[in-house]
Write a protein that binds this ligand. Structure first.
Ligand code: OFO
Length: 178
């Protein structure tokens, strides 16, 4: 039987993963509106992956006969937060969106690390092993956003550089988790 505190944290994490999907869909919508279809594609694929993450935790709770409580998903509203309504997406605005995504992933990493700490304190080795995948995944997600941010800072300030990056991002495809 899973510990009550862990069950609460895991239910909250399902909500955060689904919120992440919402957030990436919101980013995708902005990129799409501005004609950056590769950036939009990358974010849509990410949204699919976030749903998979939420579903992994959902299944883990089910498999352990723990109660699942689905909570309200917050609205992201990136457009409002970044004040890019009607504005040019290039330069600082584009970097601002990428930095916002990276900051969000750092926050998600902190939540995963906190769950891991609780599982460790409880000597819940099964849950620690389950969370190992998420620890690795968060490292990869932060890494790929950092790389994209650096690449965009270095090469995205002129139209041809941005066009190349956008084309690269158009190649990302969604691979469902097994
Ligand atoms: Fe689920 O990894 Fe991003 O948020």
């Amino acid at each position: 039987m899973l510990n009550k505190k862990l069950i609460t944290l895991m239910n909250e994490q399902i909500n955060k993963e689904f919120y992440s999907a919402y957030l990436y869909l919101d980013f995708a919508n902005i990129y799409e509106e501005k004609g950056l279809l590769g950036f939009a594609n990358w974010n849509k694929v990410q949204a699919h992956e976030e749903i998979d993450h939420g579903m992994l935790i959902y299944r883990y709770l089910q498999d352990n006969n723990a109660e699942i409580t689905l909570m309200t998903i917050e609205a992201p509203n990136v457009k409002h937060a970044e004040a890019i309504n009607g504005a040019d997406i290039k330069g600082e605005k584009l970097l601002g969106l990428l930095k916002a995504a990276l900051k969000h992933e750092e926050y998600i990493t902190s939540l995963i690390n906190n769950m891991y700490c609780v599982a460790q304190e409880l000597k819940d080795y099964k849950t620690m092993q389950f969370l190992d995948w998420f620890v690795k995944e968060q490292g990869e997600e932060e890494g790929s956003l950092q790389n994209l941010l650096i690449k965009t800072q270095l090469f995205g300030s002129d139209s041809s550089g941005l066009y190349t990056i956008d084309n690269e991002l158009a190649a990302r495809t969604y691979m469902p988790l097994q």
